[in-house]
Design a protein around this ligand. Structure first.
Ligand code: R1P
Ligand code: URA
Length: 288
């Protein structure tokens, strides 16, 4: 069996994984991810008990129980570069034996549920509503560094997106889908959509303050895409990376978006914290 070298599986002096600062027993099978480290406590306040609080850099983790069910909430910080670290290190905690530095024979599959904020791309998606990412399109480069096996349906979807973005030379999209089981359980009766994961918040999401955007029609180009009666619904910065790496590593993932902005009507939520809290409560009421 191949041993993973010390430069690749990096352990801290206490045996914890390099960035997350966690030991294998510190995580539950059900994991909520949030972007904002302060949101971790806003989730764990609803736990019946908290057994562990750890953190390092932007990666804050609380593990506890809701009734008899163990649950972990962890912050990823912003962006798919952080998702690369969080998904790989969570998978290591679940599936690598740190004492032998070998992959375990029996693999554990985690349920990963993102609760994040997002901006809507269609006028009828209301600010302060909740939207589930059925599919995600990554405009960042993370998955160009991994081998990703796509289903036939995902291949067709990817080709449709590539041809849609053809004139935009700086865009090379990848695609990934939510886990069907989590979609039925957590996403039931909620609006579903195609989420666009962007490699930035300003020009990559067609926002302009002083720096000028290189693509004048980016919002229109997002808004106009059609595929099997589905349209691009919202912009954020983690979902495609989470979905794609979860699929590569054999985990199940879903992303739940609190819509704080509508990019077509230029509206921003007047009550962002209330909307985030409602989204947290909704997810926790459905997770077990
Ligand atoms: O609210 P979070 O979870 O951070 O998610 C969204 O908000 C951040 C940008 O403000 C990005 O991380 C984006 O994905
Ligand atoms: O418009 C938005 C709102 C929240 N987060 C994003 O990435 N974009």
């Amino acid at each position: 069996m191949n041993t993973i070298p010390e430069t690749d599986l990096i352990l801290n002096a206490d045996g914890s994984i390099y960035h997350l600062n966690l030991l294998p027993d510190d995580i539950a099978d059900t994991i909520i991810t949030v972007g904002d480290p302060d949101r971790v406590a806003e989730v764990s306040v609803h736990f019946d008990s908290i057994e562990l609080k750890k953190g390092k850099r932007e990666f804050v983790t609380h593990t506890g129980f809701i009734g008899p069910n163990r649950i972990t909430v962890i912050s990823t910080g912003i962006g798919t570069d952080n998702v690369d670290i969080v998904l790989n290190e969570l998978d290591s905690l679940a599936n690598i034996d740190f004492s032998t530095r070998t992959v375990r024979e029996e693999l554990r599959s985690l349920n990963i549920i993102r609760i994040g904020t997002s901006g809507a791309l269609q006028e009828e998606i209301a600010v302060d509503s909740v939207l589930i990412s059925e599919h995600a399109i990554g405009l960042d480069s993370l998955m160009h560094y991994y081998t990703q096996a796509l289903s036939l349906e995902e291949e067709h979807f990817k080709r449709a997106i590539e041809s849609h973005f053809e004139g935009l030379s700086n865009i090379s999209p990848y695609v990934a889908a939510a886990d069907r089981g989590l979609l039925d359980k957590i996403g039931k009766n909620l609006k579903h959509g195609i989420t666009v994961t962007c490699p930035g918040f300003y020009a990559p999401q067609a926002r302009m303050l002083r720096a000028r955007s290189a693509n004048d029609n980016l919002i229109k180009s997002f808004q106009n895409f059609h595929y099997n009666y589905q349209r691009m619904s919202n912009l954020e910065m983690e979902t495609a990376g989470i979905y794609a790496l979860a699929n590569v590593l054999g985990h199940k993932a879903i992303s739940v978006n609190a819509i704080l902005a509508n990019r077509i009507s230029y509206e921003f939520s007047k009550q962002p914290q209330k909307t985030i809290n409602q989204t947290i409560e909704l997810v926790l009421s459905r997770v077990f």
